[in-house]
Design a protein. Structure first.
Length: 64
C-alpha cells in the first residue's frame, strides 16, 4: 500500500502516523506478515477476506 498525497505531506511534517508505526502490529494481530514497511509505503499480507479487519485493527491502534 502507499499513502495518498495529502497524507504523505502530513507524515513528512510529522502530523500523522507513518505506516511503519502501526501497520506491522495490525498485520500481526491477523496472523499476517509485513515486509518492506516504510513511512509512506509498505507490503503487508493478510488472508483473503480479512481486508476490512486489517483496516479496523489499524484504526484501533491509531485510536480511531
Amino acid at each position: 500500500m502507499r499513502v495518498p498525497n495529502e497524507l504523505e505531506k502530513k507524515i513528512i511534517q510529522e502530523n500523522a502516523a507513518a505506516l511503519n508505526t502501526f501497520l506491522p502490529e495490525a498485520t500481526r494481530r491477523l496472523d499476517g506478515f509485513s515486509d518492506a514497511c516504510h513511512r509512506l509505503s509498505a507490503a503487508t499480507t493478510v488472508a483473503i477476506g480479512k481486508e476490512v479487519q486489517l483496516i479496523e485493527e489499524m484504526e484501533k491502534i491509531l485510536g480511531g
